[in-house]
Design a protein around this ligand. Structure first.
Ligand SMILES: [Mg+2]
Length: 295
């Protein structure tokens, strides 16, 4: 899992740099969780992306496609090479999540504060249809300031949607600065508890903790669960970490070279820990090969 997420970070950086556009900061904070979902938690079939019995994922923070698309590609929904079409007018790799253009995307998102409502609808439909699929929705901690997030939260509890798991990417930053300054949202646990949700605080970069949290969410009955995942915006790149300036900015060539070097070293370190053969060549080759194992 750690190797796959590290490869995802490299691919995300390549996409945003090549496009000279895109949201890298919040994608790097979300990468470990999305990797965990698609390679370990969710029931999906890349050969049948619209399988009615599949688990669903809604990227409510829909601008963070540089986290979602590399993971979908490495999971086998489409060739990794297609990522090079990110944000190109003649390509399908849209800047915001687009269900009609990108295989594996379950909901078009990008208008903040809306995706969670679609997830509530999917969960409600699953209950009505007697299906056992689960629905996951990822929100930004800046995103929850707007839209219909709390209306959706109220409805999810009313309808006892225990097949719904929301994940808030609590990186503490949003486009204009710290969430605590722009629009304070804490204590998030008490807010969700008061809406009758099951609340789990978790380290969003700790795969073992995430595995346990997702299992606890699936085991919770009669109410929806929210994971409040503490993360680092820009995770993995020293000069991007905890800097809101990298919310929606692409690195220039010099910055890209530094970021790429740091992420490559991170990937190689994780490959070594996983007992894989390590060299710069094998690390970069892994970066473009499909890997359904999710090491
Ligand atoms: Mg944030």
């Amino acid at each position: 899992m750690a190797v796959t997420a590290a490869r995802g970070r490299l691919l995300a950086m390549d996409m945003v740099h090549a496009a000279a556009s895109g949201h890298i900061g919040g994608s790097l904070s979300a990468m470990d969780m999305i990797t965990m979902l698609y390679f370990h938690v969710m029931r999906v079939d890349p050969a049948n992306p619209r399988d009615p019995d599949r688990d669903r994922f809604v990227l409510s923070k829909g601008h963070c496609t540089p986290a979602l698309y590399p993971i979908l590609a490495m999971r086998g929904f489409f060739p990794v090479e297609e990522l090079s079409m990110f944000r190109r007018i003649d390509g399908n790799m849209s800047g915001h999540a687009e269900m009609n253009l990108v295989k594996g995307v379950d909901m078009s998102t990008g208008s903040l504060g809306q995706g969670i409502s679609a997830a509530v609808g999917m969960a409600l439909a699953g209950k009505g249809d007697g299906k056992d699929y689960r629905v996951y929705a990822m929100l930004g901690d800046g995103e929850i300031e707007e839209g219909q997030v709390w209306e959706a939260a109220m409805a999810a509890a009313k309808y006892h949607l225990d097949n719904l798991c929301a994940i808030v990417d609590v990186n503490g930053l949003q486009i204009d600065g710290a969430t605590a300054d722009v629009m304070p949202s804490e204590p998030l646990d008490k807010k969700f508890e008061s809406f009758n949700w099951n609340v789990i605080r978790v380290d969003g970069h700790d795969f073992n903790a995430l595995e346990a949290a997702f299992a606890a969410a699936a085991a919770c009955k009669d109410k929806p669960t929210v994971l409040l995942a503490k993360t680092v915006k820009g995770k993995g790149v020293s000069f991007m970490e905890n800097d809101y300036g990298w919310h929606g900015k692409a690195p220039n060539d010099e910055q890209y070279a530094v970021a790429h070097g740091e992420l490559l070293r991170g990937l190689m370190g994780r490959m070594e820990q996983a007992g894989l053969p390590v060299s710069e060549q094998t690390a970069l080759a892994y970066g473009v090969l499909s890997d359904k194992e999710g090491v």
